[in-house]
Design a protein around this ligand. Structure first.
Ligand code: MIC
Ligand code: SF4
Length: 641
């Protein structure tokens, strides 16, 4: 039987375990990336592990999320990360250089390599034929310290692409179609591998848009082959020598398949408030638009922005629309300044903001109350824009640009306007935003810790009978934005978990944090796909700080489940989903003999109010059990040194 591309790369990096779905393996991690909003925790944890130099081939610390600097907090975080990066041999990308995933694609990603990033959109690198995985900060810290990562082997699901996209239809519409077909849970436990003739018509940046939003499917990662287009992209970036050809075997067998005919696709949009709530732009109709935001790690590449510039050239942004553009990297903005495209964009009445995540994570540009905001981003969770009642639609750059001119959601195919496919330009590496390790002994470098940087909370090993109180009963698809909201008000506190914990679940239950403080230990009850979305381990650390000892849900999203285990919080799944209804807020739940029960396949949770017992499954890998028994990953690592 032939091999999938994903398993070929995993096999090349296999250090422990067997490459079968469901097995636990340890692989060599060639590269890591961090960004600043998760990075402070990563580097505090790295420091706690007493590491000297990182063991990866390349580790990069990007500053792209917290760049507003409305107070000293963001800048202190940057200074901290910069000093730790120097101390441990990590490359540092200054604020303003751009968005981590776009920059990594441009400058460091390599076909066939493995990459672990403390950001859920790390799979962007799959556009270059890498195994690029998003993980919690502690996993990334361990990958830097040891050069390894352990994971449960996912299945490999094939998406075969046929035909070619028509003008006005782009890579964003492809991934929106996949989301419509598979849903936000459709990728859980899977790697999504793209194959077929249609792949050839997609550039690396198109492919990266698709693999980026594989995160919204809940997939472990997504991957494209490395072919002539990959070679051409790397050549344009001045790195042709990094290219190698890679593809699945002709007779590779997959665990499932979806076929998409690119030539049949039309412009699509994800409606509020979920990336899988997808419809065609034509069917949604010409709704009035208040804001259009173009950028983010999904759609801020040079070719995306050149398409936007072409559509805006000589036109005027509609008087009722605020069009805001955040380019993906300094190199892109520089090139577009040189070739005049930036002037075309500005002349149309668009607002150009920093090369950073910006509005994608609510760092500025929150729309007005009740606004319709079209965004080329990847997530439209309620409130993520910073405006709780905003109606956010996710669209392609083409749809965004034409709608900004028309003032209503517009399907470009119906306009009769002809657009071209922009050529990729030649870039040189702009080193002026980078600080590279100098190879000298830097372990004596002082770590700069501003007053906002607080130690991360540590758990204690579970003992005896674990008595808790239910402090939250939540529904399906709870996102990490729901658990630990992030916006311009809270992002500056990513290195201050005690402060953040006051806002835990703020948007869905403002009393949660207070309720937790009134009892000793707590439990959260969740529905399906609990913890979907970002990799922020703050969604585990803030509950840990508030005394949450276990979470029972119908199912969990991959990264959040790992973050809970890393924090020593026990994630359990109801064996009978009907038990979810039986539990009420305030119920006292106990796991008796927790240490013994963690060894069992079925864990019994008793509801003392109702004298009911619920059968729950942990489905823990051996290492996960050991971490839970130690009260979290750091405790486990420390006790095994
Ligand atoms: C996001 O897009 O939600 C973020 C902000 O990039 C997160 C990371 C974070 O919360 O810092 C992610 O995707 O992992
Ligand atoms: Fe930044 Fe948004 Fe991408 Fe997250 S999804 S890395 S916030 S641009």
């Amino acid at each position: 039987m032939g091999k999938t591309l994903a398993y070929k790369i995993l096999e090349d990096h296999l250090l422990e375990g067997e490459l079968y779905p469901g097995e636990e393996i340890t692989i060599k991690m060639d590269q890591t990336l961090t960004q600043d909003s998760t990075g402070t925790m990563v580097y505090l944890q790295l420091e706690a592990m007493d590491v000297e130099q990182v063991k990866t081939e390349l580790s990069v610390a990007y500053i792209d999320h917290n760049t507003l600097q409305t107070g000293f907090e963001n800048a202190d975080d940057h200074a901290f990360i910069k000093s730790v990066a120097k101390r441990h041999g990590v490359h540092y990308s200054k604020p303003g250089n751009g968005i981590c995933h776009q920059l990594h694609l441009e400058s460091y990603g390599k076909p066939g390599k493995t990459l672990l990033g403390s950001d859920s959109h790390t799979p962007t690198g799959g556009g270059l034929g890498m195994i690029a995985i998003g993980a919690g900060g502690l996993d990334v810290a361990v990958a830097m310290a040891k050069g390894t990562y352990s994971l449960t082997v996912p299945e490999v699901f094939e998406v075969e692409l046929k035909g070619e996209l028509r003008p006005w239809v782009s890579a964003k519409d492809v991934i929106l179609k996949v989301l419509q077909e598979l849903s936000v849970k459709g990728g859980v436990g899977r790697i999504i591998e793209y194959t077929g003739e249609g792949v050839k018509s997609l550039s690396v940046t198109d492919r990266a848009t698709i693999t980026n939003m594989g995160a919204e499917l809940g997939a472990t990662t997504s991957i494209f082959p490395s072919d002539e287009n990959t070679k051409a992209y790397l050549a344009h970036e001045g790195r042709e020598e990094d290219w190698i050809p890679l593809a699945a075997d002709e007779d590779a067998e997959y665990d499932g398949k979806l076929t998409i005919d690119l030539s049949e696709l039309v412009p699509m949009a994800a409606k509020p408030h979920s990336p899988d709530n997808v419809d065609t732009v034509a069917d949604i109709g010409p709704i009035k638009v208040d804001q259009v935001a173009i950028g983010s790690c999904t759609n801020s590449s040079y070719t995306d922005l050149m398409k936007v510039a072409e559509i805006l050239k000589g036109k005027k942004v509609h008087p009722d629309v605020s069009l805001v553009i955040s380019p993906g990297s300094s190199k892109i903005t520089e090139k577009m300044a040189q070739n005049g495209a930036l002037a075309d964009i500005i002349a149309s009445g668009a607002r150009i903001i920093e090369n950073a995540c910006g509005p994608c994570i609510g760092m500025g540009q929150s729309p007005k109350s009740g606004a319709v905001s079209l965004r080329t981003f990847n997530r439209n969770f309620k409130g993520r824009s910073g405006t709780n009642d905003a109606q956010v639609y996710l669209v392609s750059p083409e749809t965004a640009a034409i709608s900004a001119i028309e003032g209503v959601l517009t399907d470009g195919m119906t306009t009769g306007i002809e657009i071209s496919q922009p050529e990729m330009a030649d870039f040189h590496q702009n080193e002026n935003f980078m600080i590279h390790p100098d190879g000298c002994n830097t372990t004596n470098t002082n770590v700069e810790m501003g007053p906002n940087i607080k130690p991360f909370p540590r758990n204690v090993a579970p003992l005896g009978n674990l008595h808790t109180t239910v402090t939250l009963h939540a529904g399906d698809n709870i996102t990490t934005d729901d658990i630990m909201p992030s916006d311009s008000r809270l992002l500056p506190y990513r290195s201050n978990v005690p402060h953040l914990s006051n806002y835990c679940f703020e948007k869905i239950d403002p009393e949660f944090s207070k309720r937790c403080q009134e009892v000793q230990w707590c439990t959260i009850i969740g529905g399906e796909n609990y913890g979907q979305g970002s990799s922020r381990e703050h969604a585990a650390l803030a509950p840990l700080y508030l005394g949450v000892r276990f979470v029972i849900a119908k199912s969990f999203a991959r990264i959040h489940r790992s973050n809970l285990i890393n924090s020593g919080i026990i994630p359990l799944v109801f064996c009978d989903p009907a038990d979810y209804e039986d539990i009420e807020l305030g119920d006292p739940l106990v796991i008796e003999d927790v240490v013994d029960q963690l060894e069992e396949d079925t864990i019994i949770v008793t509801n003392l109010n109702k004298a009911h017992e619920y059968k729950c499954a942990g489905n823990f890998q051996e290492k996960e059990k050991l971490m839970l028994l130690a009260g979290g990953k750091i405790n486990y690592i420390k006790s095994h040194e």
